[in-house]
Design a protein around this ligand. Structure first.
Ligand code: C2E
Ligand code: CA
Length: 842
């Protein structure tokens, strides 16, 4: 790390500065001592020389004696000694040739005191030779204190000083620089070591991206001691912190993994359709986080038995399969007491499975839904012995989410299968219902047209069901209906299609039958029914007679509407004749009825031309708040002063291809009405599936909402499945357009046809309108209808779709539907369709 290097460098730098200061000080000190010493030496030499000279002089000396003496003194010393003769001496003993006196010597003569002159590497000491008492005996011309001469001592110590400095420097190197070097080396060693540890730690911390990466940091922290106590303590603390962190932190990767998986497990139409595909996706997702081998699901539904699917990441070996099957078998036995299972193996990817099956770690979750009777286990197998605790928890929560979602999907599947079953069957008799009859007739007409053949319709209407219900109660009435339905079914055998047409009537379709065959069969039926009696528990016998009408394709009509209409009229005719009759329409009957139908057609054409189509509004109430929040628009036409309901002409209008035009006329009238009133609620508009074939519809609707400034989100289009939508692609495009423009969508008559369920998956609807007949049936005490209504309500709740019950005709239905959790209600109990919006009674 840079910091420690700086520290060491600055310590070294400080050390060097201090050392330099000491060296320089030492140098100066040594030089100063050296000079002091030289000064002392010069002085002592001068004094010694003088006292020696004095002794010599006492003995009587000559100048040459002195010079000899002085040169002897110089020997062994690096000194130069010289004596200057002063004037007084010259006067007495004469001038001699001597060195010239410079100012410094003259000054010493003058002052009579010793002096020192110093320069670089040299020293000059002068000492005056002062006459004492005893000198006067020889120096007779002098008096005491006169300066007789000056002794000069000169020394040049440059070389000596140099060598002293060298010695000092050598000593300093020895005692100063070497340890400094050692310290430097030690410092850099420690610095390098510390830097490495800190850098390793730093790098491993920078690399931390998920909890697993902390292991690397731990490894670095666990390395051998740095040798620095404080640093090791710091490392221990970081280690401690890591442990705490690991125990409390949730790995980001684990969280992301959970989110990713939970995102997949949302109940969408796609999920319902293909949940196995989603499990495969999850399996691959698991494998990205932790080595995974397989997943499995085991579900048991009350009416469908067991389904076990094992999802493998790659082709499993036989031993893998066997191992997991044994495991699941055990679990199934433990949870549900089931002994033998059938396994479906699904390969989700091509990843090779190399792990030993015995080392596989399996985690499971189970689920039991008492209602609607679904239970299951979901598990995942990992190729891993040990697993970190956060991850283990994450897997548990994901498994819970998975099993709950699949459980819900299964529940929805079960509900919808129930709905599907009851949607095309009559719950009481088990016969096909009216919707199926119409679908079958459409197909049969198609077939007969192609094959140029005929078929016959027999309509049997019970004559006295109302009286039986009144006398013996509805339950007996229902039992009787079922009894006769079974008889008719048995008599007709497999060759005929039999449906319950209305409450007390049945319709049989005899494929390929001529008028004669049909009449024959009808008569045979009437005869057989006359002979049968229903025996009550108490032993009383009851019987029911049937009035029968027939119609034949193509002689009595070429579409199902006309064929049923004619058969219905023939039943009416039979009843007029005294019940229990079979009436075959005469050619007059047929032409009269066809005229009726064409009179509707004529009326419709006129209504379109004159735009005399009238919107009626029926209120829709929010069951929770009791407030009217919406209205459904119902089409009406005036005929001879009478207001005709849509039920009387819509199908004819559809078959004539007029309905789209009529819808647009109606739509414009509604827009106008909303604009000119202060109504602020939603408007439900019926559109025929034929609209898909009418390309102008979208642009016309758009023009209207723009022109009348109506917010499209206030318009809910009701799409009915009365007629199966044949071109799904067209339908999808159209619905996409609706939703993009901001309109909303409702599925009408839900539960009336067997395709309800597929429509709910295909179309993104916001509302589902529950078929009115189911509500009426529920109100009349039919448990099957009640179950279907409940199922639809639960299914829609699961899918976030709002439900509207139709045909709410009494308070009992209103309260029950509210309790079931249906969101809205519509029907005569709340308000009949009227030419104006609903006004609450004051
Ligand atoms: P729907 O959409 O199921 O409309 C409900 C029908 O039930 C209406 O008959 C309504 O008058 C009737 N109704 C409402 N409440 C009750 C009740 O409590 N009990 C009983 N028994 N009946 C009730 P309507 O007006 O004869 O309409 C019949 C069908 O014609 C409608 O069925 C709808 O599918 C279609 N239709 C109505 N208006 C239009 C329209 O403007 N355009 C198109 N394309 N179809 C329409
Ligand atoms: Ca409707």
């Amino acid at each position: 790390m840079k910091l420690s290097r700086y520290l060491i460098l600055s310590a070294l730098f400080g050390h060097i500065l201090v050392s330099l200061f000491i060296i320089v000080s030492l140098f100066f000190l040594v030089e100063s001592l050296f000079r002091d010493n030289k000064r002392l030496e010069a002085r002592e030499t001068a004094e010694l020389a003088f006292s020696s000279m004095y002794q010599i002089m006492k003995r009587g000396w000559s100048k040459s004696d002195i010079e000899e003496f002085l040169s002897s003194l110089e020997k062994g010393h690096k000194l130069e000694l010289y004596v200057y003769r002063g004037k007084t001496v010259e006067e007495l003993y004469g001038e001699i040739k001597q060195k010239e006196m410079d100012a410094f010597i003259q000054d010493t003569f003058f002052r009579g005191a010793d002096q020192i002159q110093e320069g670089k590497g040299f020293l000059r000491y002068t000492m005056p030779l002062i006459a004492k008492q005893e000198c006067l005996s020889c120096h007779i011309n002098a008096k005491e204190g006169d300066v007789l001469g000056v002794m000069e001592v000169k020394t040049n110590f440059e070389e000596e000083l140099k060598s002293a400095r060298y010695t000092i420097a050598s000593l300093l190197v020895m005692f100063g620089v070497l340890p400094l070097g050692g310290m430097f080396l030690l410092g850099s060693y420690l610095s390098r070591k510390m830097t490495r540890v800190v850098e390793d730690l730093d790098n491993s911390i920078k690399e931390v991206d998920k909890l697993g990466d902390l292991k690397e940091v731990e490894k670095v922290l666990k390395d051998e001691s740095s040798g620095i106590r404080e640093f090791d303590e710091l490392r221990d603390s970081i280690h401690q912190l890591l442990q705490t962190l690991k125990s409390i932190a949730v790995d980001r990767e684990v969280l992301e993994f959970e989110i990713k998986i939970l995102e997949k497990f949302i109940l969408t139409a796609d999920f319902l359709k293909d949940w196995k595909y989603y499990i495969c996706a999850v399996l691959k997702e698991f494998n990205r986080i932790v080595p995974t081998v397989c997943m499995f699901t085991l579900f048991r539904t009350n009416n469908e038995g067991l389904e076990v699917v094992i999802f493998w990441l790659g082709e499993p070996g036989e031993n893998h399969k066997r191992h997991l099957e044994d495991y699941i078998q055990e679990e199934a036995k433990r949870h549900f007491g089931i002994e033998s299972l059938n396994f479906e193996h699904k390969i989700c990817a091509g990843i090779e499975i190399i792990h030993d099956p015995k080392d596989m770690r399996i985690k499971t979750k189970s689920l039991v839904l008492e209602k609607p009777g679904i239970s299951g286990i979901c598990g995942v197998g990992f190729a891993l012995e040990e697993m970190n605790i956060t991850f283990s928890l994450a897997i548990e929560s994901t498994l819970t989410a998975i099993i709950n979602t699949i459980g819900s999907a299964k529940a929805i599947d079960k509900y919808t299968k129930d709905i599907q079953f009851y949607a095309n069957r009559d719950p009481l008799t088990g016969l096909f219902n009216r919707t199926m009859l119409i679908d079958f007739l459409i197909l049969e007409i198609d077939r007969a047209k192609k094959e140029k053949s005929t078929f016959g319709i027999i309509m049997l209407d019970a004559d006295n069901l109302g009286a039986i219900n009144d006398t013996y109660g509805n339950t007996v009435g229902d039992q009787l209906l079922k009894f006769y339905a079974d008889l008719i079914k048995e008599e007709l055998g497999e060759g005929a299609f039999l449906a319950r047409y209305e409450g007390d009537s049945f319709v049989a379709v005899l494929s390929g039958a001529s008028e004669e065959d049909t009449l024959q069969t009808a008569k045979g039926l009437v005869q057989m029914l006359k002979e049968k009696h229903f025996v009550l528990e108490e032993g009383e016998t009851l019987s029911m007679s049937f009035s029968v009408g027939i119609s034949i394709y193509p002689s009595h009509g070429e579409d199902y509407n006309n064929l049923l209409l004619i058969a219905e009229n023939m039943v009416r005719e039979a009843k007029k004749r005294g019940k229990g009759y079979v009436v075959v329409p005469s050619s007059e009957d047929v032409s009269r009825m066809i005229a009726d139908i064409s009179s509707i057609g004529f009326m419709l054409i006129r209504a379109v031309e004159k735009k005399s189509i009238i919107p009626y509004y029926q209120p829709i109430v929010n069951l929770k708040t009791g407030k009217v929040e919406a209205h459904e628009v119902l089409m009406r036409i005036e005929k001879d002063g009478e207001i005709l309901p849509a039920g009387k002409f819509v199908e004819v209008a559809e078959s004539m291809g007029l309905i789209n035009k009529m819808d647009l006329i109606l739509f414009e009238k509604v827009m106008e009405k909303i604009k000119t009133s202060d109504y602020g609620g939603l408007i439900f508009l019926n559109i025929s599936p034929k609209i898909l074939l009418f390309p102008e519809f979208p642009s016309e609707v758009k023009r209207m909402v723009t022109e009348y400034r109506i917010d499209p989100s206030r318009i809910v289009f009701e799409l009915t499945e009365r007629e199966t939508i044949k071109n799904l692609k067209l339908a999808e495009d159209f619905l996409k357009w609706l939703l993009v423009e901001g309109f909303r969508l409702a599925l009408d008559d839900f539960g009336s046809g067997f395709s309800s369920y597929s429509y709910i998956k295909l179309f993104p609807c916001e509302f589902v309108k529950i078929e009115g007949e189911l509500i009426q049936g529920m109100s009349a005490g039919s448990e099957a209808d009640r179950a279907i209504v409940r199922s639809i309500a639960s299914l829609c709740k699961e899918l976030g779709i709002k439900t509207i019950a139709e045909f709410v005709e009494n308070e009992g239905s209103f309260v029950e539907l509210r309790d079931i959790g249906v969101d809205y209600a519509q029907g005569y109990y709340i308000g009949k369709p009227s030419s104006d919006f609903f006004k609450p009674k004051a």
